[in-house]
Each structure stands twice: as structure tokens, then as C-alpha cells.
Design a binder for this molecule. Sequence first.
Ligand SMILES: [Zn+2]
Length: 361
Amino acid sequence: MDTTKQIQLIKDLSNAFGPSGFEQPVIRLYRDAVKDYGDTTIDGMFNAITRRKGNTGKLPVVQLDAHADEVGLLVQAVRPSGLLKFVTLGGFVPTNVPAMSVMVRNKRGEYIPGVVATKPPHFMTAAERNAVPQIAEMSVDIGSTSREETINDFAVDTGCPIVPAVDCQYDAAHGMFFGKAFDDRIGTAAMIDTLATLDGENLNVDVVAGLSTQEEVGLRGAYVTARKVESDLAIVYEGVPADDTFEPDWLSQTRMKGGPMLRDLDTTYIANPQFQQFTADLADELHLPYTRAVRTGGGQDGAAIGYWKGIPTIVVGLPVRYEHTAFNFTALADFQASTQLVNELLRRLDADTIASFSSVD
Ligand SMILES: [Zn+2]
């Protein structure tokens, strides 16, 4: 895929509306982008599974994974004032939510702009100014003046989903994207790029791509895709939190323009060490930058997929600054290094290599 196409794809995916459980626009974009590279089926959770054109049915199956959803909000109830009481879909911390500009999808499927309401500082007591805000006390304001107007005129009520309102920009001079939801739309774009790049190539593995949903609320879609794909090995493309703005150099394990992050450990998973080292050796051979990461927090789809049949799994992380907030940075160079690594990996994998990852000798 050429660079101009990559940039447009990443921007379109970043801008797409798709909090956990409401990923349809992201899935539509994905389905259209991969239509020439395989057959895609979509289930009732909106998980999309693409079986690569040219798969034989006789070779080991590699599952590629990315997740479609982003962290968002969900209307719990309309307050008497017409403001919206909400819960979070995924891991927003309360300090990152107030004053956020948002889009609410109403019952007619229209997008309504709004803002997470805050009490003006003029009215705050000293105690309120210093308090940590609580999600349960927050509201989204869509410019309505009553509960009736919100429900009847704006068509917004319990169950309407909300995401940050951010228009993705690409800074060509610095190769940097600024937008929302790169966790995991940058991984979604990477998976599309891999299918596009390998189109028509003969591989020694069959490739099935699973774009899962509801990752941010507990890897739910990936539990389903793993059972459907029945793979022998999995590669997870995940937008992963960069630590280079707050960790010292020696401890920083995910950096902007530091290349893909190969994750050894997080709270859900341990990478298959042979597969992990094979991938790191390949990155060295290709002179690609990369980092390895041992994390004390976090989790991702690799856990759900790896647990199903005990298959060797790795995570190829694409560094993203300020994940789980409205505004993120991610670098084109990291995207390209990550896809190059995975594409070359897929060209080299075969039955013997995959079997070696399960060897204890
Ligand atoms: Zn993610």
C-alpha cells in the first residue's frame, strides 16, 4: 500500500465512530478496504473475519488480530435538566473526561455535538477545585434545555453511545498523526495494509484476519474470533501506550518513532518466548527498530486468542501517546516498521517453524 493511501486510511479509521459495542462504522470501513483480498463475514457482535484469497485449507492457520472499538461513553439516563448522565465504555480515568468535546449518536443514527459539562470555576468552592471529579456526577451537555427536549427533539436517551469529537490531522513534516482512537485503529490500518501488501503472494501459511469488537470492555470479541478461526498461531496488532514522555530512557519500552513494541508480558499474557525471539531476530536482520516490553499493567486480545487452544501468540505494538484520552499521537514510521516486520514474518512462517515454537527440547 503506498504512503498516500496509508495516511488516508489511518485518518479515516481514526475519525470513524466506534465505541465498544457500537463499532459498525469501523467495520464498514474495514470490510470495504479488504474486499479485494479475501472473503469477510460479520457476526452479531460485529466481529469481522477475513479469510485471505488463496488460502488452501491445508496449511497452518495464522490469525491476525486488531480491535475495532475505542474507549467511549454510554448514556445511562437523561437528567431533569436535559443533560446526559453516562457510564464509560472502557478505561477512561475521571481526570481525562471533563471538558471533552464529544459526539453523541442519537436514536436516529445522527451525530450530535456536545461537551462533558463542568461547573464554571466562578461557582466552585475551594474544595471542589481540588477534588478529583467522579464519572457518576458528570454530564454531557448537547445544548438541550430540558429532559423532554433531549428525548423528543434531540432523540437522545438511555443507550446512546458517545465518543470524543476529534478530527485526525497528519503532520507530513514530522510524520506524525494527531487524532483519537489510535488504540486500536492504527492496528486496524496495519492489518489492512498487511492483507493488501501480501495480496497475490504465495505463502506457506493460511492467513485469517479477525477485526474484533469490545476489546476495551474485556477482550470479548477476540474470545469469539479465536473460536471461529481455530488458528495455529496468532499475531496481534495493538496500539500500545507510549511511555517515553515520563519514563527514563533505560526503562522506556514503547517510544514514538522507536519501532514496534514486542510485548513479553502484561497482566493477561506472556508471549511465546520462541516466537517472540524469532520475531526479534527477524527485526534485527531487517534493521528495523523495535523495543521489548515487560508491563505491570494492561492487557490485550492476545490473551483471549492464545488461551483458546494454547497457540503461540505475539503482540506487535504500535506506539501511541496518550491512549484512552481524546487526543493521541502516533507516527507513520512506526506503522511502516510494524507492518514491514509482520509482512516479512508471514513470508517466512511455515509448518516446521510454527512447530518449533511449541518445542520444549
Ligand atoms: Zn487496544
